[in-house]
Design a protein around this ligand. Sequence first.
Ligand SMILES: O=C(CO)COP(=O)(O)O
Length: 257
Amino acid sequence: MRRLLIAGNWKMNHGPSQSREFGRDLKAKGLQDFSPEILLCPPYVSIQALRESLEGTPVQIGGQNLHQEPKGAYTGEISGEMLKEAGCVYVLIGHSERRQYFHETDDLVHAKILRAHDAGLIPVVCIGETLEERENGITKDVITRQLKGALEGLSPEIMKTLVLAYEPVWAIGTGKTATAGQAQEVHAMIRKILKESFSTEISENTRILYGGSAKPNNAEELLSEADIDGLLIGGASLKTEDFYTIIGIAHQLTNKG
Ligand SMILES: O=C(CO)COP(=O)(O)O
């Protein structure tokens, strides 16, 4: 059974005071009886404020990235251990903005997954094709390459907890959501690759989130698809009301698998 996961990626938005305010507002709405797992990934400096303001709620905190080494002379970077100590449970790895602006490769994504696991964090590994790749009809090749590059050789132990997020680059921050059908098609393909590369069990148990202009008005349609096990939300996760509404929609739909 795959428990739905509703995750927010705040990217470079919401400093400590805004995060605290968001946390207070969300907590005030009451989250105790919701069935989906809830995750928020704020900027590093806001982790503590958000965690403290959501104390006593089921909301979990995640990092947006980590360095592939455990420590050392890497100015401006953050380690998995530090994220863990700060209270993170998850960490995003290989987001398309990291791949595009910070030149992260599939090999680096693979190294970061291993590091996250060693640090006791659950990786949320992001994959997705660009508009050009989709228009050239190579979505399947791109997804296959990203998946194999990131996951090949990982132990069943890591695969058992790891979460995938399919985020078509052309749908991120553009207001252009993949249709539920387009997303489902790729999610089903990802599950097939997992089955071929690992096992039926891993394929059936791995959660695959969708990300890219997910909003209150399309959440139900997306989450109703058989292979969509949650959402990774950018813009709409910055507003308490929108994020809360999406969690409520997921609650109504409960688990998959
Ligand atoms: O990149 C995303 C989440 O990681 C999606 O961002 P938007 O929801 O703003 O399109």
